[in-house]
Design a protein around this ligand. Structure first.
Ligand code: HEM
Length: 219
């Protein structure tokens, strides 16, 4: 479909940030898993050698954090709770059944995506804080052993929690056909926007009077 018949959903800088962050996230997650489960020890080869994994894991973790801070600044306004979210939550069964007949007044992101957004942001903050405490090269010597033990446990729990959340995020991204294309090309069709984010579609269509075919979202 031609771009002039599509809607810009995610501008290029946000897409680049998302995919660069995804690459770093996988490297950090794989090296982290390699230390958590002995059977996954082989994953510490993602950075070349196990020593490089130990060295680079925290730095790449910080890159993921910084990228998420950027995405937070860009997307937080679309992820604030709204009264319409209740309607989506009440009708989540029909959403899962793929029934889009009832208008659910969904904005740029639905209530489920908003929960995921805040979950990701909360867990990355927990990972950063606990990760700094247990970072042997720079900070770990500043803390007593019991604090390090608790921080290590919380770091592992938050890491596994974030990975599980991301598995759900990836599953849903593939399940809602057209959404990955939105994150790759930046554009979605009017039909997609209307079916999944009806209120957002109505808003941007209203902001582009006389330009039925092209609509840029308000930024
Ligand atoms: C292969 C892996 C991934 C895929 C295929 C994927 C796909 C997507 C897609 C399609 C969207 C746009 C959804 C929409 O327009 O409605 C999105 C948004 C987003 N993704 Fe991912 N993603 C992946 C990994 C990650 C990871 C690892 C993180 C964070 C650790 C992440 C964080 C986000 C955030 C914060 C948003 C914005 C959602 C919002 O503002 O509510 N993604 N992703």
């Amino acid at each position: 479909m031609k771009k002039d018949r599509m809607i810009l959903r995610t501008p290029l800088p946000d897409r680049l940030c998302h995919w660069a962050m995804v690459t770093c996230f996988f490297l950090v997650a794989m090296s982290g898993l390699s230390w958590l489960f002995p059977s996954l020890n082989w994953l510490n080869g993602v950075f070349g050698t196990p020593q490089m994994a130990r060295l680079l894991h925290p730095f790449f973790g910080i890159v993921v954090f910084v990228a998420l801070v950027y995405l937070f600044i860009r997307f937080v306004k679309y992820n604030l709770p709204e009264k319409e979210d209740r309607l989506w939550l009440e009708n989540v069964k029909s959403v899962v059944a793929g029934d889009h007949s009832k208008p659910l007044r969904v904005g740029k992101y639905n209530a489920g995506q908003k929960l995921m957004f805040w979950g990701i942001m909360g867990l990355i903050c927990a990972l950063l804080l606990t990760g700094l405490v247990i970072w042997r090269a720079y900070f770990a010597h500043l803390f007593p052993i019991p604090v390090l033990r608790v921080a290590l446990l919380l770091h592992a729990v938050a890491g596994v929690g974030l990975m599980l959340l991301i598995i759900g995020h990836i599953y849903l991204a593939f399940w809602v056909k057209g959404s990955i294309r939105g994150m790759v090309t930046g554009y979605v069709s009017h039909a997609w926007a209307k079916a999944h984010h009806d209120r957002w579609h109505a808003q941007i269509s209203a902001k582009a009077p006389g330009k039925k075919k092209t609509a840029r979202p308000a930024r």
